[in-house]
Design a protein around this ligand. Structure first.
Ligand code: SAM
Length: 287
């Protein structure tokens, strides 16, 4: 999988910037009184902060982080230089490329892709632009507003006839499909779910997927160094897990043969697992 992504232009930090973050910026962000930081962000009209206060970790904050072009000075600092927003842009590039290559490897057309907690669909739409294969994607999200925005994005890219939006809870995935998926995308969602929910969703996905279908997901590491800031100031409670921990949860749900690739800041690993050939409806392998 490393070779699939070797030519991607990722965003990186210089060693000076990394040292400044560790020694000065992160401790300030983490330990200044949260009321003071919130006032500063309100005064600076931060759109990223406002999006998180309305819907912590929601799709709007993704749109702002992905665009990276901000009007407000506070956002120029948070979004352009912040570790998590920068790592999110890297993860988007990485996820889109991995999805495109997985789609290329499917032996029939159309290729069916299922995106869980898809938001407006930035990552799958970018992947669809990178493959010549005919793709039909089902995008599932709780939030219907994400789909209004996503519909506009798909139209701009000429992909509107290839995406279907389904408003609902990813835990009800079995009722949402009109075709077994060849590739399932769970990027940007596991960090908001507990272990049991993740394994339940993996099991539900395994139920509806053919043997060998790919599951793409990501882990989140605490190396960004700003968890305390995100919890106190944005109200964002993300769950950090090692790639191995997350793979164990997916394995319990019926997936195997995991491969993993790390974005250059080390905040996210993007991983691929395959629906086990020995999977049985009980969720157990073998027997
Ligand atoms: C952080 S955003 C990620 C969006 C997109 N996957 C990305 O990486 O750009 C998380 C999305 O998951 C959705 N979400 C969270 N829990 C969900 C659930 N149980 N069922 C469906 N969608 C969910 C939210 O509405 C939000 O749009």
């Amino acid at each position: 999988m490393e070779s699939w992504v070797s030519d991607i232009e990722f965003e990186r930090f210089s060693s000076l910037r990394r040292a400044m973050k560790t020694a000065i910026i992160n401790p300030l962000a983490n330990y200044l009184p949260s009321g003071v930081v919130k006032k500063l962000l309100r005064f600076g009209k931060s759109e990223l902060a406002a999006a998180n206060w309305t819907d912590p970790g929601g799709w709007r904050s993704m749109v702002i982080s992905y665009k990276g072009q901000c009007r407000q000075i506070a956002d120029k600092f948070l979004v352009r230089a912040g570790t998590i927003p920068t790592a999110l842009r890297n993860r988007k590039r990485l996820g889109a490329r991995v999805l495109a290559r997985l789609i290329d490897g499917v032996d029939h057309e159309p290729v069916y892709v299922l995106c869980l907690g898809a938001g407006p669909g930035h990552i799958i739409l970018a992947a669809m632009q990178q493959t010549r294969r005919k793709v039909l994607a089902t995008l599932v999200d709780l939030n219907g507003e994400a789909f209004e925005y996503g519909g506009g994005l798909a139209r701009e890219m000429g992909l509107q006839d290839q995406v279907r939006f389904v408003q609902g809870d990813v835990r009800d995935v079995e009722q949402m499909l009109d075709h077994p998926p060849d590739v399932v995308k769970m990027l940007g969602i596991c960090e908001y779910l507990n272990d049991e929910q993740i394994t339940d969703i993996a099991r539900a996905v395994a139920e509806v997927s053919p043997a060998g279908a790919a599951l793409v997901f990501n882990s989140l590491s605490k190396t960004h160094g700003t968890d305390r800031f995100f919890r106190r100031v944005f109200g964002l409670h993300m769950i950090h897990r090692s790639p191995q921990h997350l793979q164990g949860l997916m394995a319990a749900g019926g997936f195997e043969n995991f491969v993993s690739v790390r974005e250059p800041l080390g905040v996210y690993h993007v991983m691929v697992g395959r629906r086990s050939r020995e999977y049985h409806s009980s969720g157990a392998k073998g027997t």
